[in-house]
Design a protein around this ligand. Structure first.
Ligand SMILES: [Fe+2]
Length: 385
């Protein structure tokens, strides 16, 4: 009660079906003459950018397209894109895509004005200059990147994903059009959807939770748990897609304020080592770490169980928390996510390397509701094997 909380949300969020076509008008508000549209080759080939392109043309805004964004993007995607942005004299960056494209767009906007390379600014509040204005349009319902101050790129030398946290990385405008997510294939729907659930859950139970992040986090959990199975079952279900987009963006707002925890910490090395998507690696660690964490805040974990539709009447908070763990395993089964590390090629011989990799991100153990030693990390990976 005596704590002081900061909630940061300066991004203008335009949310609703068929809103992607507003990008031209929004770009024009910045008096921009030329934009760099940042995306990946598959989205461009699928024609998902046509609405954005038409909207920019209608406003007579010139644009170049940078479509070299790779999945789990290496840092050079940002540095290469920034060079193109500077050389072609763009004055605004528009990111269209999943978390990878949005994060690279954020990085390009920063590096078009800041010296050096993006990895020079890994860490918290190290970016000195604001960068170019940026507008972000997510085509997945997962990352929340459109409303967070974080971007993540892979450092191929350190073999880790590195995060840049800066208020200058926030989008000026987020256009969240659920119709852009309709063509996501089921496995991407599952991976990104569970990532959004992990954002909401980790921030809700975080020791850094604030009244704002709690309210947003728990509602995001409800939206995602209720709608992910339907979105996975039938991608064209507009209601499920709408609610998933809402849940993912609300989860982004929540964790931008409350942060994430050990699930994101221990999943980092998995993405690199087994080439798992960010969402998939989080999904695999989710039930094991919730099981480990539950005694750190039984009341909250029991409440999550209720919000996810479990009947907890007459149960102790511990029993209700156990039900949550079972419900999470069930949800992963429903969306066909195998949740054993061995399903992705891990063996017992990998545990020391995984433990070492997990410990490199031990800063995310601080907000975790239960303390975590190296031995605990090793045991969690071993349980997940
Ligand atoms: Fe995430």
């Amino acid at each position: 009660m005596n704590k002081v909380h900061t909630f940061l949300s300066p991004t203008k969020v335009i949310f609703g079906n068929d809103t992607a076509g507003l990008v031209g008008k929004e770009t024009a508000q910045f008096n921009a003459k030329k934009a760099l549209v940042v995306t990946d080759k598959s989205l461009l080939a699928a024609g998902l950018l046509s609405g954005v392109q038409d909207s920019l043309k209608a406003q007579k805004i010139d644009f170049d397209i940078y479509d070299q964004v790779e999945a789990e993007p290496p840092a050079h995607n940002v540095d290469d894109g920034a060079r193109i942005a500077v050389d072609s004299g763009v004055d605004i960056v528009i990111g269209v895509g999943g978390g990878s494209s949005l994060d690279v767009a954020k990085g390009i906007a920063l590096m078009a004005k800041n010296k050096g390379k993006i990895l020079d600014y890994a860490g918290i509040d190290k970016v000195p200059l604001r960068g170019l204005p940026r507008i972000l349009l997510p085509t997945t319902a997962g990352t929340g990147s459109e409303v967070t101050r974080t971007l993540v790129v892979a450092d191929k030398v350190e073999n880790l994903k590195m995060a840049v946290h800066s208020n200058y990385a926030l989008a000026d405008v987020a256009i969240v059009d659920p119709l852009l997510t309709l063509s996501m294939p089921p496995h991407v729907t599952a991976d990104t959807g569970v990532d959004a659930l992990v954002h909401a859950l980790e921030t809700y139970v975080s020791v850094n939770a604030t009244p704002f992040s709690e309210i947003l986090g728990i509602e995001a959990i409800r939206l995602i748990a209720e709608n992910l199975p339907a979105a996975y079952a039938k991608g064209e279900n507009i209601t499920a897609r709408y609610n998933m987009s809402l849940g993912a963006t609300v989860a982004g707002l929540a964790f931008c304020s409350g942060g994430v925890g050990a699930i994101h910490g221990l999943s980092n090395i998995l993405g690199i080592k087994y080439h798992m998507s960010h969402g998939r690696s989080n999904a695999v660690m989710l039930p094991y770490i919730v099981d480990y964490n539950k005694i750190g805040n039984l009341k909250k974990f029991a409440h999550i169980a209720r919000v996810m539709g479990e009947n907890t009447e007459g149960l102790t908070p511990y029993q209700a928390s156990e039900k949550l763990v079972a419900a999470l395993f069930k949800l992963l089964e429903i969306v066909d996510i195998p949740c054993r590390l061995s399903d992705y090629g891990a063996t017992e011989a990998d545990i020391p390397e995984l433990t070492e990799g997990g410990m490199k991100i031990s800063r995310l153990f601080v907000p975790n509701p239960r303390n975590m030693t190296e031995e605990d990390v090793k045991n969690i990976y071993t349980r997940a094997l």
